[in-house]
Design a protein around this ligand. Structure first.
Ligand code: HEC
Length: 238
């Protein structure tokens, strides 16, 4: 129940924070995300599990260097179609906190399905100091927490561009068409052929477009995992 309450509080807080973005004076600064087509849209929408698994790969190899997803445990990967032995192997590939040694120092070891996703930093302070003062938000609920949902995250990932003439970027910031105020501390995270997919799906972008299929796929996993997390929270309640 506590988990649910803090979840609601977090969603509410970010929801409230987002309200000014949609009000008239800042409308120029926070563009409305362009609606994309998602397999999970609508009443009969479904999750494409293979796509979601590719997305998880992108998360683990790229985003997880900066962003935590602390609401998820490796066993939640069942939600994107991984078998028990695959989940064990994925978890074992991460070194995660395992309580304390006899002398009180933190102990680490290979993950198990029961462990939370490994966080890249031990706390927010360490996270900020590694990211030029900006905090990479936890991505467990990002799709639900932002107005525009998956379209917003898609808009951020595809929104990196050169700043227009006359636009002053603060040092360490990057221009982004979708981010409110257009300055984001995140460097463009995705580039062609950065990730090798196990099933041979090319990780390159559609010709001349910066819209990568894998980005769409990636978002599917975010939403899929978010959904798994939600289900877990609800099952904790009952
Ligand atoms: C090098 C570190 C780094 C990597 C890698 C990275 N991010 Fe970020 N990200 C950040 C930081 C820092 C911010 C906060 C930006 C700010 O507040 O200006 C951020 C912000 C974001 C936001 C905006 C959240 C909001 O507040 O609305 C999204 C969405 C996001 N990241 C998604 C991703 C995804 C998806 C990936 C992987 C494909 C990724 N990031 C990879 C550092 C990173």
């Amino acid at each position: 129940m506590r988990a649910l309450r803090s979840l609601l509080a977090a969603t509410l807080a970010t929801g409230l924070a987002a309200i000014p973005l949609s009000s008239a004076p800042r409308a120029q600064e926070a563009p409305t995300p362009v609606p994309q087509h998602w397999s999970f849209d609508g009443l009969f929408g479904t999750y494409d599990l293979e796509a979601a698994q590719r997305g998880f790969k992108v998360y683990s190899q790229v985003c997880a260097n900066c962003h935590a997803m602390h609401l998820l445990h490796y066993r939640d990967l069942e939600g994107i179609g991984l078998r028990d032995d695959e989940i064990k192997a994925v978890a074992a590939g991460f070194t995660v906190p395992q309580g304390l040694n006899d002398d009180g120092t933190p102990k680490e070891g290979p993950g198990t399905p029961a462990n939370q996703f490994r966080s890249p930093f031990p706390n927010d302070l360490a996270s900020r100091s590694a990211n030029g003062g900006a905090l990479p938000p936890d991505l467990s609920l990002i799709v639900n927490a932002r107005e525009g949902h998956a379209d917003y995250v898609y808009g951020i990932l595809t929104g990196f561009a050169d700043a227009p003439a006359g636009f002053t970027l603060q040092s360490g910031m990057n221009y982004n068409k979708m981010f409110p105020g257009h300055q984001i501390a995140m460097p463009q995270p995705l580039h062609d052929d950065q990730v090798t997919y196990d099933d041979g799906t090319p990780a390159s972008l559609v010709a001349r477009k910066r819209i990568g299929v894998r980005m769409i796929l990636f978002l599917v996993v975010m939403t899929g995992l978010t959904y798994a997390a939600k289900r877990k929270v609800w099952s904790d309640v009952h």
